[in-house]
Design a protein around this ligand. Sequence first.
Ligand SMILES: NC(=O)c1ccc[n+]([C@@H]2O[C@H](COP(=O)([O-])OP(=O)(O)OC[C@H]3O[C@@H](n4cnc5c(N)ncnc54)[C@H](OP(=O)(O)O)[C@@H]3O)[C@@H](O)[C@H]2O)c1
Length: 335
Amino acid sequence: MKITTARLGTAGPEVGVQGLGCMGMSFAYGPTDADEARATLERALDLGVTLYDTADAYASGENEKFLAPFFAAHRDEVVIATKCALAIDPADSTKRIINNAPEYLRACVDASLSRLGVDVIDLYYLHRRDPKVPIEETVGVLAELVAAGKVKQLGLSEVTGDELRAAHAVHPIAALQSEWSLFSRDIERAVVPAAAELGVTLVPYSPLGRGFLTGSFVSADKELTEGDFRRQQPRFTGANAEANAALLDPIRTVAAAHGATPAQTALAWVQQRSGSHGLPVVPIPGTRKRTRLEENTAATRVELTPADLALLEPIAARVSGNRYADMTFASAGRE
Ligand SMILES: NC(=O)c1ccc[n+]([C@@H]2O[C@H](COP(=O)([O-])OP(=O)(O)OC[C@H]3O[C@@H](n4cnc5c(N)ncnc54)[C@H](OP(=O)(O)O)[C@@H]3O)[C@@H](O)[C@H]2O)c1
């Protein structure tokens, strides 16, 4: 059965109400079986998933190249989302470089178009804003890319509510992609209300808490492979990880009551933010495996009750450790 749909912004395309995060297929979360990842992309389309999320930063363009044959085979059925303005520091792979210089952004879009093998990007996100550059100027450059026919819709990631308002006044923003999950609710303070007011669709990234909410690992430093990005994140390591694992019990309780899995419960919760906050919500859980994709898309049919929501409500406030080691990297660090 295909999943239902939602619109990106007021003038963007209708997409499956759950998208697919493709980052892990090439980057950040350990070794990948490329054949299974390709089969997962195809299965996603069968199930009505149409929004595919990548970025030029993921494995320095390799993730976009990995997706290109799939996009070529299904160009009219998919909505391609990629991002600019963020790169991995070549001198230190744990560091990120944010660059909002106009000439850099103009070069980024051409490079992404070439790697993706398409002549237009459906949704182009500013991956991170450089607070030293007025966001109006940066969005002005992205608007030129729309006018030039290289990009159809604009998105932002990890901006504050005020930044979203300022950007939207320059050019309509179709989608705001930020972390939103049972463990990460800081955007509910100012970003989500601004998006609801402006008609911007929320695209929650890491809706499974980068896998932690599924219970598939506890201690990133002990259980995940060398180079896995989660080993750098304070909440998945040391005493924080152990304290946070104890917070998963209510998720398991709710899951059991619905004959669902913890992953499905976490996804159903984020999907139901749409009703509670009055805006379209299109989460993009990341998976490289068909069985998990089937599990995740089936979560769109799990309806949590008010009693379930009450049980899950206290979790986020009890999480130990930040989302990032450097929180200037996140909108909450600038609010
Ligand atoms: N804008 C940004 O700054 C930003 C930041 C991070 C991510 N993103 C985007 O958001 C997407 C999703 O976020 P994410 O990948 O970080 O985190 P996520 O979706 O919360 O979790 C992904 C992790 O959960 C595992 N997983 C998925 N489904 C599962 C299931 N049913 N049961 C058990 N484990 C499961 C995946 O492993 P397998 O792959 O092995 O299944 C992977 O390790 C990314 O792919 C990327 O496109 C954007």
